[in-house]
Write a protein that binds this ligand. Structure first.
Ligand code: AMP
Length: 424
C-alpha cells in the first residue's frame, strides 16, 4: 500500500518513519515534508502544501494512495477529511465538525459544560459583549484566549486585571485576526499538565502511551510559551488510577458527547489536561491530531504497526485491536532556532547530523530543508532528538548525546527536558 502523510514538521517525520517501517507499506509520500522525510528510506516528499486540499486529493487519486494521515490541525479544521471521504478515499482524521474541538475554544468550552466534563470556569465575549466589570470581579491570575487557531500563541496569562483587559481588547481589536474576534476568559488552574492522546473511532477508543511535554522555552519551565520544547513517554504522573479517571471523566464523555451532537470522532484526539492537586483532570484544550513533539517519543515506543491501528479505526474494529509498546522510556529534546518563539533566523547550515545518525536514538526533523548538499534551518523548531532508555534519565542521556553532536549558529534547547519525571 502507498501512504500519504500531510504536513511537514517533526510529528509528520515521526509518522512517516513509523509508517515506512510497516512491511505492508510500499512507499510513503509526505506533503510537503522536510529534509528529514526526504532522506528516510521508502519515503519521499511531494511539493503540495498541507492547506491545498484539492491538490492533496488529486495526488491521492493519481498515486492510488491507500491511506492518508493528516498531521496538522489547519487542514482538518478546513475539512480535508470530509473532502477525501466524499471522494471515497481513506483518510485518518476527524471531520471539520468534529475538529471544531480544536478550531474554536468557545465551542469547546460550551461542549465541555454541556457534557459535564471538568474544565476551568469561564466566560465568552465578542467586541459587542465585552464586560470590563466581569474581568475586574475575577480572581487573579486570569487566562485570556483567542477563540480560533492562533499557532499556539493565542493564550495569555495575566497577573493584573488591567493587563487582562488590555489583552482582551487587543485580541478583540484584531491582534490575532479573525481568531480573536471571540475570546474566552477563564480561571487560572493550578496543577501539573499532562497530554493524553487516544486513537478514536466513534465510541471505540485506544489510549496511546502517556506523555508529557514542556511548553515553556527556558529551563525550569520559565519564559514564553512555545509549541513545545521537548516531551517524554511514559508520564509517571499518570498512574493506573489517574489513567482510569481520565478515560471515565474526560475521554469517554467527550466521544459520547460528540456522537450525541451528531459529530462522531475518528482520528487521534489529544486532551491537554491540568491535573488538580485533588486529582481532577481539568481539560485545558483539545487538539484534533497527534501532539508535536509528543508524537516523536510516543511513536519511538510504538512496536505494533501504525497502519494496522489506523485501519482498525477506519473499519470500526478498534476495540478488538491491540497495540504493543516498548517498555523503555523515550525522551525528545527540541532544538530550536535562536529567537524562537519570537522572530528567528532561517537558512543556517546544520552540522553533525551524520555523526548523530551513528549514535543510538533518532533525530526527527521539523523546520529543515535541503539547499544543495546542505541541510539548513527552515523553521522555529528545527529538530527533535529522541533517546530511549530503561528509565527517563537514561533516555534523557541518550537524547542529549544526539543534541551535543549537532550544531548551527544560535541553536537553542533546554537542558532539563524530563526533569519532573526524573524527580518523581
Ligand atoms: P491551551 O492552548 O489552551 O492549551 O493553552 C496553552 C497553555 O497555556 C497550556 O498548555 C497551559 O500551560 C496554559 N494554560 C491554558 N489555560 C490555562 C488555565 N486555565 N490555567 C492555567 N494555565 C493555562
Amino acid at each position: 500500500m502507498k501512504v500519504l502523510i500531510v504536513g511537514g514538521g517533526g510529528r509528520e517525520h515521526a509518522l512517516a518513519w513509523k509508517c515506512a517501517s510497516s512491511p505492508r507499506v510500499e512507499h510513503v509520500f509526505v506533503a510537503p515534508g522536510n529534509a528529514g522525510t526526504a532522506s528516510e528510506p521508502k519515503v519521499s516528499n511531494v511539493g503540495i502544501a498541507a492547506a491545498d486540499i484539492e491538490g492533496l486529493l488529486q495526488f491521492a487519486i493519481a498515486e492510488d494512495i491507500g491511506l492518508t494521515i493528516i498531521g496538522p490541525e489547519a487542514p482538518l479544521v478546513a475539512g480535508v477529511v470530509d473532502r477525501f471521504v466524499a471522494a471515497n478515499r481513506r483518510c485518518f482524521g476527524p471531520s471539520a465538525k468534529a475538529a471544531r474541538l480544536e478550531g474554536s475554544k468557545a465551542f469547546t468550552k460550551d461542549f465541555l459544560t454541556r457534557h459535564r466534563i471538568p474544565t476551568a470556569s469561564f466566560a465568552t465575549f465578542t467586541a459587542a459583549t465585552f464586560d470590563e466589570d466581569y474581568v475586574r470581579a475575577q480572581r487573579l491570575p486570569l487566562v485570556v484566549k483567542a477563540d480560533g487557531l492562533a499557532a499556539g500563541k493565542g493564550v495569555v496569562i495575566s497577573d493584573t486585571h488591567e493587563s487582562a483587559i488590555a489583552t482582551a481588547r487587543a485580541m478583540l481589536g484584531g491582534s490575532f485576526g479573525a481568531a480573536g474576534s471571540t475570546i474566552v476568559i477563564e480561571e487560572f488552574l493550578q496543577g501539573e499538565e499532562v497530554s493524553f492522546i487516544v486513537a478514536a473511532s466513534d465510541g471505540q477508543v485506544i489510549a496511546l502511551a502517556t506523555s508529557q511535554d514542556h511548553k515553556r522555552r527556558d529551563d525550569g519551565d520559565q519564559g514564553p510559551n512555545t509549541g513545545g520544547m521537548g516531551a517524554y513517554s511514559p508520564a509517571p504522573i499518570v498512574t493506573p488510577a489517574l489513567h482510569q479517571r481520565i478515560m471515565r471523566d474526560v475521554i469517554e464523555p467527550t466521544l459520547r458527547g460528540l456522537r450525541s451532537d451528531g459529530n462522531p470522532y475518528l482520528g487521534f484526539l489529544y486532551a491537554g489536561l491540568m491535573i488538580a492537586p485533588d486529582g481532577t483532570p481539568n481539560v485545558l484544550e483539545f487538539n484534533c491530531r497527534f501532539g508535536d513533539p509528543e508524537a516523536q517519543p510516543v511513536l519511538m515506543r510504538l512496536q505494533s504497526d501504525l497502519i494496522d491501528l489506523c485501519e482498525a479505526a477506519l473499519a470500526g474494529t478498534l476495540e478488538r485491536h491491540e497495540v504493543r509498546w516498548d517498555t523503555r522510556a523515550a525522551l525528545g529534546v527540541v532544538m530550536a532556532a535562536g529567537g524562537y518563539p519570537d522572530a528567528y533566523r532561517t537558512g543556517d547550515p546544520i552540522s553533525g547530523l551524520d555523526d548523530a545518525a551513528r549514535l543510538p536514538g533518532k533525530v526527527f526533523h521539523a523546520g529543515t530543508r535541503m539547499v544543495g548538499k546542505d541541510i539548513v534551518t527552515a523553521g522555529g523548531r528545527v529538530l527533535c532528538a529522541v533517546g530511549l532508555g530503561d528509565s527517563v534519565s537514561t533516555a534523557q542521556l541518550q537524547a542529549y548525546n544526539l543534541v551535543h553532536a549537532i550544531h548551527w549558529s544560535l541553536v537553542q534547547y533546554r537542558l532539563d527536558i524530563g526533569y519532573r519525571a526524573i524527580q518523581r
